[in-house]
Design a protein around this ligand. Structure first.
Ligand code: C5P
Length: 212
């Protein structure tokens, strides 16, 4: 089973890249940010206090794959809350198993490979992945992309708020004790600042093709 692990900063284009690689090779794709967002969404709608670890762990245990879809997850407040719940070791532990089972499930469905994107995929979830990418871009370019994306969805958003939320989220993701966002030594770095999605995909494909 081929495992393509993609990590990177918020709004760096890693999700787009993951979807495109999956489409190109007909691999199954798992966006692990959606899983953390699904927990965060449940925390918000159930009005759970962020210090109530036992309840949040139960919410994580009760997740179903249907919870990982839907527009309600693509929301700045849900993203910020995801960053908070993702610091909780018990939550990461529950979600780790689900992520590590994904290739097995994909194989049973006939896929020859998976693409998994997130923050700790190459470092913790699949340290022996076939290939690892680390995607990053200039923070202001990322903020503009996220701003345009939310605006297009009809959300009321403010560029400065998005920029400052992204900065906070990156800092928190990089500095948390449990599974921080790091670039693994064996990761291929892709800077998408001046790329369109097609160029990013071509860069990645040329690396993947060498290995499969
Ligand atoms: O990628 P996305 O913006 O959807 O992720 C939301 C948040 O979920 C991230 O800021 C991060 O805190 C958390 N996350 C994580 N580990 C992952 C995926 C996401 O900690 N593998």
């Amino acid at each position: 089973m081929i495992v393509v692990a993609i990590d990177g900063t918020a709004a760096s284009g890693k999700g787009t890249l993951a979807r495109q690689i999956a489409k190109h090779y007909n691999f199954s794709h798992l966006d692990t940010g959606k899983i953390y967002r699904a927990v965060a969404y449940k925390v918000i709608v159930n009005n759970v206090d962020i210090t109530n670890i036992d309840t949040i762990e139960k919410l994580a245990l009760s997740l179903h794959s249907d919870d990982f879809t839907g527009d309600s997850l693509i929301n700045n407040d849900v993203g910020n809350m995801a960053s908070q719940v993702s610091k909780i070791p018990k939550v990461r532990q529950v979600l780790r198993q689900y992520q590590q089972d994904f290739p097995k499930q994909a194989q049973q469905l006939g896929f020859k490979g998976v693409v998994v994107d997130g923050r700790d995929i190459g470092s913790v979830i699949f340290p022996n992945a076939t290939i690892k990418f680390f995607v990053d871009a200039d923070i202001e370019i990322r903020a503009k992309r996220r701003y345009d994306e939310l605006l297009e969805r009809g959300d009321v958003v403010n560029y400065e708020t998005i920029l400052s939320d992204l900065k906070t989220r990156d800092e928190e993701d990089k500095n948390r004790l449990e599974s921080p966002l790091i670039k693994c030594k064996d990761s291929h770095l892709i800077d998408t600042s001046h790329n369109n999605p097609q160029k990013t995909l071509s860069q990645a494909i040329s690396e993947v093709d060498e290995l499969i």
